[in-house]
Design a protein around this ligand. Structure first.
Ligand code: HEC
Length: 175
């Protein structure tokens, strides 16, 4: 009986040490665990139904794409904090799981990509023109997915304003 008790106590001790070890290891991971990353829930409001036979008469993705990156410019000149934070929200919804909380390419999902997601504060990205950034976000590049069908045009420009603001040191990238 006594032996059993000692065995139980030793076992508890071993488990406690293992638990503490794993917790410490987890806390020091540069990228988060999958269960901690934000998840996009399905839309709660029903999607508006378009009348049958509707066709776009202006704008549209095909028109933007055919213009080419060098002719694309943010149609809104607003660079206020409000807009920067709107861009940050877009980033948190559509980019953070690959590019990471600090924009350094260390997002949890992104770690399974080869090449790894870009560090969005790197000189490479800083030197890209706004139009090129828009183009890459919209239509992808290598493993960077095309997000035109997911992220609206206005949201794409907002997130670019956010990336520029972080690169210029106006706001912090972190949460
Ligand atoms: C599913 C993962 C994933 C998501 C989501 C994602 N990216 Fe990427 N992104 C990548 C990968 C991987 C690369 C590296 C591609 C390469 O260099 O070949 C990349 C590259 C980039 C680049 C560099 C393009 C270049 O010309 O080198 C930019 C800018 C970028 N992403 C912005 C964004 C933004 C903004 C969002 C959100 C709106 C986003 N990404 C969402 C994975 C992702």
């Amino acid at each position: 009986m006594k032996r059993l008790l000692i065995l139980a106590v030793v076992l508890c001790g071993v488990l406690a040490v293992a638990y503490a070890g794993i917790t410490l290891y987890d806390a020091r991971l540069p990228f988060g665990r999958m269960w901690e990353t934000p998840a996009v829930k399905p839309h709660e409001a029903p999607l508006p139904v378009m009348p049958k036979g509707s066709v776009p008469v202006f704008g549209g993705e095909a028109l933007l794409r055919s213009k080419g990156p060098e002719h694309l410019e943010d149609p809104v000149s607003d660079r206020s904090l409000k807009r920067i934070f709107a861009g940050k929200r877009v980033y948190g919804r559509y980019c953070i799981h690959c590019h990471g909380k600090r924009l350094d390419g260390r997002g949890t999902v992104g770690q399974s990509f080869s090449p790894l997601p870009r560090d969005l504060k790197s000189p490479h990205v800083r030197d890209l023109k706004d139009g090129t950034l828009f183009y890459r976000i919209s239509y992808g590049k290598a493993r960077m997915p095309a997000l035109a069908a997911t992220v609206s045009v206005a949201e794409r420009w907002d997130v670019i304003v956010f990336l520029r603001a972080v690169a210029a040191g106006k706001v912090m990238a972190g949460p």
